[in-house]
Design a protein around this ligand. Structure first.
Ligand code: HEM
Length: 484
């Protein structure tokens, strides 16, 4: 009995000790630095109000009014500084160079990135820089040919024909997921993934939703579906080939190996970039590309269904520039300004990557007039940038003309539009995502007239939670315009 009492007392003393230590540490930090302000946070638990909020961006909008665009919140054990306007974001990501370019450590991330050998979650180190440089070069090499267009055309033709068979209201989510998954799979491995008919059942296993703690689809894809082990063997064989025919690039994996072989780096540096890094690059493409692209398309299809006038203008433009006898091509993009602007506006109002990926400071630094000590987690509130009334007139109105100049051409990028982020950690896939999403959207609009079932409220409601907003499930009716 006494030993029980003593051990209970010990636990109590231990916990009190921890709380006292944490409080002393906090007070020391407050004296030492001018830290960004923020709401009261319980030790270990964090801000109760933040935990309760359905969407982080809603509560951030409230705190911006109270504390200004740079503030601190605490979610469980994670304390983070949130940047909520374009000035603080460009200061941190661009003007402060690499100060904010690290990523915070999280155990789950460490596991699924095989010791942070990926691009998205790895720290800002010389190995990471080389890894990202090689992956960027591989993407450029891949995009230099017509492969992306061919891949999108062939995947989309199948999906659209299947969609055309729907003769009543249906949720387009499965079709959109399949389009995006098949395209990315073909980009990486040169062929489409699987028969469309099997997709619905296996989808849940393959595309687990990208939840707030960043546990991703990778482990399932990695082990079960894409036969990565065989791929890894292939990678190894190819890496040891003496010559590599550049004209033979079939997919991103080929370009990746070529870019690695061509990299002019010393032996020691190259030896740090293992086959695990190469494999993780493919996982990066899937992890980075799937949820972002599919939710963007889900948003834009939902907006088009509820906004028939804007849909007609997009279709008029596509009919005029492309016509009905051929499919839209990447080179049409510059003549399809209204279509592109509509996509941009959907990406603004439906910011899929609302808080991007967490950053972490490499050194003691500053932003917005506050100190930010080394190793602080920092989040970029892309949602706030895209809904900032100081930069957007009638914030909630869907208006593609914001992105057009006086000649109806796509104008300069609006200052507070930053869906792919900026600086050292800018989205690696931006160059592929933009033409890919444009082609998919243009092909959907060329082929179908989209309406909503009678009685549906045209206003878009958000669902999802935390940092990943998406449209609440909806149904559409498609009228096939019978394109070749
Ligand atoms: C609508 C489409 C997309 C959006 C809105 C988007 C947005 C973003 C954002 C906000 C980040 C975080 C940047 C930061 O840390 O500040 C990011 C990172 C990243 N994205 Fe994308 N992305 C999209 C598509 C893609 C695609 C298609 C790929 C792959 C082909 C991709 C690969 C990556 C990678 C690898 C990173 C990590 C970059 C790094 O840490 O250096 N993304 N993306």
């Amino acid at each position: 009995m006494l030993s029980l009492f003593l051990s209970a007392l010990n636990i109590q003393t231990f916990l009190i000790g921890i709380v006292v230590l944490l409080t002393v540490y906090k007070l020391r930090q407050r004296w030492q630095y001018k830290l960004p302000p923020g709401p009261f946070a319980w030790p270990l638990i964090g801000n109760y109000e933040v935990m309760q909020a359905k969407f982080l961006h809603d509560i951030c909008a409230k705190y911006t009014k109270i504390y200004g665009p740079v503030f601190t919140i605490k979610l469980g054990p994670f304390q983070m500084v949130i940047l909520n306007d374009i000035n603080s974001v460009t200061e941190a990501l661009v003007r402060r160079k690499a100060d904010f370019a690290n990523r915070p450590f999280m155990k789950s991330v460490d596991v699924f990135t095989e010791g942070r050998k990926d691009i998205a979650f790895a720290n800002y180190t010389p190995t990471w820089k080389l890894h990202r440089k090689i992956a960027g070069k591989a993407l450029r090499q891949y995009l230099a040919g017509n492969r992306l267009e061919e891949v999108v055309h062939s995947s989309m033709k199948k999906c659209l024909s299947l969609m055309a068979k729907e003769n009543g209201p249906f949720d387009p989510e499965n079709y959109i997921d399949l389009m995006v998954f098949n395209i990315l799979h073909a980009v990486c491995f040169g062929k489409r993934f699987m028969k469309i008919e099997n997709f619905t059942e296996t989808k849940k296993r393959l595309i687990g939703r990208f939840v707030s703690d960043y546990v991703s689809i990778c482990p399932t894809i990695n082990i079960n579906s894409l036969n990565f082990r065989r791929k890894l063997l292939m990678l190894k064989c190819l890496c040891h080939e003496e010559t590599f025919d550049c004209c033979n690039i079939r997919d991103f994996t080929d370009s990746l190996i070529l870019a690695r072989n061509e990299a002019e780096q010393d032996e020691e540096m190259m030896s740090q970039l293992t086959d695990t890094h190469l494999r993780q690059t493919l996982v990066d493409i899937f992890r980075g590309g799937i949820d972002t692209s599919r939710v963007t398309l889900y948003f834009v299809v939902r907006y088009m269904a509820g906004l028939p006038d804007i849909q007609s203008k997009v279709q008029e433009e596509i009919d005029r520039v492309v016509g009905k006898d051929r499919l839209p091509r990447i080179k049409d993009r510059e003549s399809l300004s209204y279509t592109e602007a509509t996509l941009h506006e959907a990406m603004r109002l439906g910011t899929v990557s609302a808080f991007g990926l967490p950053h972490c400071t490499l050194c003691d630094t500053q932003v917005g007039g506050y100190d930010v000590p080394k190793d602080t987690m920092v989040m970029i509130n892309h949602w706030a940038l895209h809904h900032d009334p100081n930069y957007w007139k009638d914030v909630e109105k869907f208006d593609p003309t914001r992105f057009l100049d006086e000649n109806g051409k796509l104008g300069m990028k609006p200052e507070s539009w930053l869906p792919f982020s900026a600086g050292r950690r800018v989205c690696l896939g931006e160059t592929i995502a933009k033409p890919e999403l444009h082609l998919i959207f243009a092909m959907i609009m060329q082929r179908f007239e989209i309406t909503m079932p009678d009685g549906t409220n045209p206003e878009l409601k958000l669902s999802g939670s935390g940092v990943i907003p998406q449209p609440a499930p909806f149904k559409i009716i498609v009228k096939d315009k019978k394109i070749k």
